[in-house]
Design a protein around this ligand. Structure first.
Ligand code: ADP
Ligand code: MG
Length: 407
């Protein structure tokens, strides 16, 4: 069993430097944080340590800078948001383990926080080579000086075997942060012992990534409601023409297999009955609602794209959600970033809010979709900070950042 953060606090942290791996991977519009959910979720552990007198050093990544310093991916906007929200002093380093990070780490006073620059600016963070990652982990650990400790609290990164997530845990006394603990508790309940009916809503654009999750949910979920970009591979598997919509042709056979297996396993796969079909991928594109039997045709013709589920589908999905006792939702139903294609996602969110079910929302875009559509976190049972991590957990995969802390 992983050691809990509270054990570290009970041992006494005053004066000690504690490295915390947090998830500050927020969406940005230039230097503006458009959804600070992950910063807010990271705050309790950072403040808990600082209040106990620790000198807290936060490691986090932002986006995929590919191992190079790229100002576009600076952690600074996320760090500044943390500084605004925190009730303890927060400083930001201009490098990961360079002179500035070392100087500022050395200068920390009890109860102060230092945020290191984007750990992925260092190519060793994500290296496949154990020795390279280990060398970075050694340098990160050295920032703590004598008697340091490590707290893993970045649920959104626990599926990565990265230096700041995995290797570091073997170099310092390692503890599990409260956020990771809570995420694992909630997801374990959903996977192992859901109250039934257990309804899963899947959407989004990463079709092939998410098909593996569907595979694992067949036989576990009572119903799988499918929307978003992935639905067109299902509709095509049923013989419908989908025009220029997202389609993974090489997955058609796999999807046909799912449809057959689901029928035998008692998991109902519920597909849309209508689709909002647009002339092109643009907010102001002409669009119309078409029945799935006949998506291609009408005014839009054969080159159009399905960008949202239609209103009849939204009502069908909402009924299923209202009857559920557990709901897991990953992936928006349409291109919610554009008003014209946000109605399906909004309808699913409204149905979840109205239901009594225990609800879990996983996925970075799904979480920012509900917030940007005007819902609050409190309206949902649990908004997971992890997209890929929550899906890999549901797939039953081992998560390196969890294993490293002692599962
Ligand atoms: P999450 O981050 O919640 O796991 P994904 O990253 O898989 O979700 O997908 C989110 C993206 O999917 C959104 O940007 C949304 O615009 C896009 N999307 C949803 N439906 C469609 C569709 N029908 N066609 C193209 N893109 C879609
Ligand atoms: Mg996403």
């Amino acid at each position: 069993m992983a050691h809990a953060l509270d054990e570290l606090i009970a041992d006494g942290v005053a004066g000690r430097r504690v490295l915390v791996r947090s998830d500050l991977n927020v969406p940005l519009d230039g230097v503006t944080v458009t959804d600070d959910g992950r910063v807010r979720a990271s705050l309790p552990v950072i403040e808990k340590l600082a209040h106990a007198g620790a000198r807290v050093i936060v490691m986090a990544h932002l986006g995929r800078p590919k191992g190079q310093v790229d100002p576009k991916y600076s952690i600074a906007p996320a760090g500044q948001r943390l500084a605004e929200l925190a009730d303890v002093p927060v400083r930001i380093a201009t490098d990961v383990v360079g002179q500035d990070a070392r100087d500022k780490a050395a200068a920390l006073a009890d109860g102060e926080v230092l945020v290191l620059e984007n750990v992925r600016f260092d190519p060793r963070e994500t290296s496949k080579d154990d020795a390279e990652r280990g060398a970075l982990a050694d340098e990160l650990a050295a920032l703590t000086g004598e008697n340091g400790a490590y707290v893993g609290d970045a649920f959104g990164a626990v599926h990565r075997k990265h230096a700041s997530v995995y290797d570091i845990a073997h170099r310092l006394p390692a503890y599990q942060g409260d956020l990771v603990r809570r995420e694992l508790e909630v997801l374990t309940k959903v996977v192992q012992d859901p109250e039934r009916p257990f309804v899963v809503v899947m959407g989004g654009s990463k079709v092939s990534d998410k098909l593996a999750v569907i595979d694992n949910l067949i036989g576990r979920a009572d119903a799988l409601l499918i929307g978003g970009g992935m639905v067109f591979t299902f509709l095509a598997a049923q013989g419908h023409r989908v025009g220029g919509s997202l389609l993974e042709e090489d997955q058609l056979e796999t999807v046909k297999g799912y449809l057959e297996r689901a029928a035998d396993a008692g998991t109902e796969i519920v597909l849309p009955v209508d689709v909002v079909y647009a002339e092109r991928f643009a907010a102001d594109a002409p669009h119309e609602t078409r029945p799935v039997e006949d998506i291609v045709g009408g005014q839009i013709g054969a080159s159009g794209l399905g960008l949202d589920i239609g209103p009849a589908s939204a009502a069908l999905f909402a009924d299923r959600i209202k009857a559920a006792r557990t709901v897991f939702w990953n992936g928006p139903m349409g291109v919610f970033e554009m008003d014209a294609f946000a109605a399906g996602t909004r309808a699913v969110a409204e149905a979840i809010v109205a239901s009594e079910a225990m609800s879990v929302i996983g996925g970075g875009d799904s979480a920012s979709a509900v917030r940007n559509l005007g819902f609050t976190d409190e309206q949902f049972g649990h908004i997971s900070t992890g997209g890929g991590a929550s899906l890999e957990f549901i797939e039953g995969k081992e998560l390196p950042g969890v294993v490293a802390l002692g599962a």
